[in-house]
Design a protein around this ligand. Structure first.
Ligand SMILES: N[C@@H](CCC(=O)NCCCC(=O)O)C(=O)O
Length: 265
């Protein structure tokens, strides 16, 4: 559902929130795209979305100077296992090595600057790999683990509907944001965190032990990553609204600090 933007001309400039795009073939043409639900959720958070197709190493500084926040979206593509010391499995699944190659080095740099980060699904997996962790290639094949995937042939409202609960770690950031210790979430992922990156903290787990949310307590700014999809109809989900409200406020705070102290780049 498109959010309607206030047209108040006195509105202050919205914080600029970068969304790295996915490289995929659309009608036979190689394209870079971001799902509309992520863009709508950034607007719901009060941000100005800025889609980034990809960036070369020498462009990262300029992007870091522009960003008041970064949203790492989900994607059907998997992070290439070479980034965490594993080999491609059979079947390898979809890959997006262009996104891997610039987002993985971008993540530690944006965290170092204190730029707020909200990561979703593949975005959580990128965060874990970027900071030295690893992934399970196919969680549903592991003993004692459930199948966290969904079926592509299902209607969208079913695919993104409630799939399982997550237990929230008492006292962690997520519990403070949601004031809840257990919530229902959707689930559209075949991979999951295996080795947790040393600088990440678990925020929530699924009943089968799969890590469903993490944060980076040592980061200077807001950092939260979730394996589920809060951007799906975020406007109608009170838990999702709290997450995007918190992310949006962190981005406004960063924007104001950047303006006041002249931080740029
Ligand atoms: N490929 C990874 C990540 C899965 C993921 O991000 N799913 C969402 C795709 C569609 C959307 O953006 O809503 C895995 O399988 O674990």
């Amino acid at each position: 559902m498109r959010s309607t933007l206030p047209r108040d001309t006195t509105e202050t400039t919205r914080p600029l929130i970068l969304l790295p795009a996915c490289r995929k073939s659309i009608d036979g043409t190689t394209s870079f795209s971001v799902g509309e639900k992520y863009i709508d959720a950034v607007r719901l958070a009060g941000g100005q979305p800025l889609l980034v197709p990809y960036a070369t190493d020498d462009e990262l500084d300029a992007l870091l100077g522009l960003a008041d926040g970064v949203l790492l979206t989900g994607s059907p593509s998997n992070v290439h296992p070479a980034h965490y010391g594993k080999s491609l499995q059979d079947p390898p699944g979809a890959l997006d090595t262009v996104r891997d190659d610039w987002v993985l080095p971008f993540i530690p740099r944006l965290l170092d600057k204190g730029i707020p980060l909200f990561a979703i699904c593949r975005g959580l997996q990128e965060l874990n790999v970027a900071l030295g962790g690893s992934l399970h290639h196919a969680v549903h094949t592991l003993p004692g683990k459930n199948d966290h995937r969904t079926r592509d042939d299902l209607p969208e409202h079913t695919k993104y509907g409630p799939a399982h609960v997550v237990d929230i770690v008492p006292g962690a950031l997520l519990e403070q944001l949601l004031d809840a210790t257990q919530i229902e979430v959707n689930s559209l992922h075949g991979q999951a965190i295996d080795r947790l990156a040393p600088s990440l903290a678990v925020e929530a787990n699924a009943p089968d032990g799969v890590i469903e949310a993490v944060s980076c307590p040592g980061a200077r700014g807001f950092s939260l990553a979730v394996q589920w999809h809060p951007e799906w109809r975020a406007h109608d989900n009170p838990h999702s609204r709290k997450l995007f409200d918190a992310f949006g406020q962190a981005c406004r705070d960063y924007q104001r600090t950047k303006t006041q102290t002249g931080i740029n780049g």
